[in-house]
Design a protein around this ligand. Sequence first.
Ligand SMILES: [Fe+2]
Ligand SMILES: [Fe+2]
Length: 272
Amino acid sequence: MRIAITSDLHFDPRGNFTSPATIQALVRHIREEDPDAVLIAGDLAHGLRNFKECLSCFQGFEVPVGVIAGNHDLWRDPASGSGSLDLWRRHLPQVAKEMGFIWLEAESIFLSDTAIVGSLVWYDYSAIDRGFELSRNQIAELKARLVNDSVWIDWTFGDPEFAESLLRGLQERIHVAAVRPEVSKIFVATHVPILEGQMPRKADPVWGLSNAYFGNLTAGDAVLTEPKIRVIASGHTHVGRTGIVDRSNAPPVQYFVVPSEYGTPECLFIEL
Ligand SMILES: [Fe+2]
Ligand SMILES: [Fe+2]
């Protein structure tokens, strides 16, 4: 089983981020590699129209193509008059499904003995660097100075609250996959990283504080309890990472972060 996972495409026809031609070239490369499934792990584009155009580059695969939203996909979209909640609940899943993709927040992919389960996952501040003595409210207030989600995400959920509801859904889908007797391996794809080894740590206090908005380690702890999990792959940080988590009572888990940058999207081909 060979699974292609790309993330953080940031499709932008104006060329400020990633040009359509660059994304088309990436998709040609994925087709040549002939994987058993393709995953697009969030941050396709800002704006519904760009999201749709980015997805259209991925049409025509004969294998399942799963899609996860990223935080940028949920930024309010003045052009279509859609707010973050509308995009999240209605427009993005609808567009993806109508175009023939699998919306992983609702549905998993089953390929013989392997299940692919996915979620956006939201940050709950648990990935902040050690040593910060800040309350959740203080971290919520500092977000306005550190990340653009504070300007562009216009729903009223608190981050930890939204993170908890997404984690419940992810755990439920993992459970549904794990109880299937034919499933022996589960691949978990998320936009936001969930393991310590996936986090980019630096000796820089601003970066260390910003990590509050770049991971969710609570989700990692919960996901690792399922023995059938073999791979966890994520996006969002734009900083490539790979490693292995050993577990005492279950097989090890391989983890990855897709090393896409603005303008230079990447795809990993992961065997399991
Ligand atoms: Fe991104
Ligand atoms: Fe992101």
